[in-house]
Design a protein around this ligand. Structure first.
Ligand SMILES: C[S@@+](CC[C@H](N)C(=O)[O-])C[C@H]1O[C@@H](n2cnc3c(N)ncnc32)[C@H](O)[C@@H]1O
Length: 273
């Protein structure tokens, strides 16, 4: 007798995405703001010059929605997009991409195994971190893969710090997302996991602190408009600039070093109580 599958766990999420890949785009497409919010997070990375000459990484790219957002923010960059689900990647491949975009099948917890060694001028991880088993190690890995001074954007659900956000999240999941998954995908396991995993994931303050512990600086958190306000956030951090290079630049520009010091601390968009 085949054992009944248990609830989805973090380590097995990519396999569950395999089973849901064909209906994923339709489901997220009916979520107002999904693509616009990804574009907002990619834009918030502040990538210069339409991305000309930059190498960017989209970790957990899925069917390519976040890849398209990066491309929108930096149309001239070279983009590597990686995902552990072969079926999600197959959906991404069905779309039209410029030759500067390449998709790689690999595990975000060990990117070097898939030949992803950097350095990158920016990394976007959209709706990925919550699903990883070793999240702090993954953040440290992203830090190592970035060039000094380059940005990381974590686009994620974070509702733990706010009762209101948890109530709205639970209402939308059980009132809309899970019933729609039942109709469109014929199964709700992945979307019940989505609800549960977001409730269990870090609050804004905790994730900001984890980014700082992983070595990121200039940490900022911004939310998005729509029903996802104070539910979906862009967590931005930067690998510190190489001190020698920063010093040379300061000397060259003859700038007061005090004025050149980035603002201290964590800037957080305070969620409603
Ligand atoms: C919710 S989807 C997000 C896809 C895309 N970033 C977007 O914004 O639409 C999460 C993706 O992370 C992938 N994923 C989960 N765990 C992973 C891992 N350990 N390594 C690589 N990809 C992983 C899943 O396969 C899935 O495609």
């Amino acid at each position: 007798m085949t054992p009944k599958p248990g609830p989805i766990e973090r380590g097995g999420v990519a396999r569950s995405f395999d089973a849901h890949a064909r209906t994923y785009d339709k489901l997220v497409g009916s979520n107002p703001g999904y693509h616009a919010h990804l574009r907002l997070s990619a834009k918030r990375m502040g990538l210069p010059d339409r991305g000309r000459g930059l190498r960017l990484l989209d970790v957990g790219c899925g069917t390519g929605a976040s890849t398209a957002a990066l491309l929108d923010a930096a149309p001239e960059a070279e983009i590597t997009a990686v995902d552990a689900s072969a079926e999600m990647l197959a959906q991404a491949h069905r779309k039209t991409w410029p030759r500067t975009v390449r998709f790689v099948h690999g595990n975000a917890e060990n990117l070097a195994m898939s030949g992803i060694v950097g350095p990158y001028d920016g990394i976007l991880a959209a709706y990925l971190l919550r699903n990883l088993v070793h999240q702090d190690a993954a953040l440290r890995q992203f830090h190592r893969l970035l060039r000094p001074g380059a940005p990381l954007a974590i686009h994620e659900y974070s509702v733990r710090d706010s009762i209101r956000s948890r109530i709205v999240w639970t209402t939308v999941c059980w009132g809309l997302i899970i019933p729609m998954a039942r109709i469109q995908a014929g199964s709700t396991d992945l979307y019940r996991y989505l609800w549960r995993s977001a409730l269990q994931f870090d609050g804004v303050k905790t994730l900001s602190e984890r980014l700082a512990s992983a070595g990121f600086e200039d940490i900022r958190v911004q939310t998005v408009p729509g029903w996802q306000q104070h539910i979906v956030h862009t967590f931005l951090g930067r690998r510190p600039a190489d001190p020698a290079a920063a010093q040379a630049m300061t000397a060259e520009a003859d700038v007061d070093p005090e004025a050149a010091t980035p603002a201290d601390g964590i800037e957080v968009t305070k969620p409603p109580a």
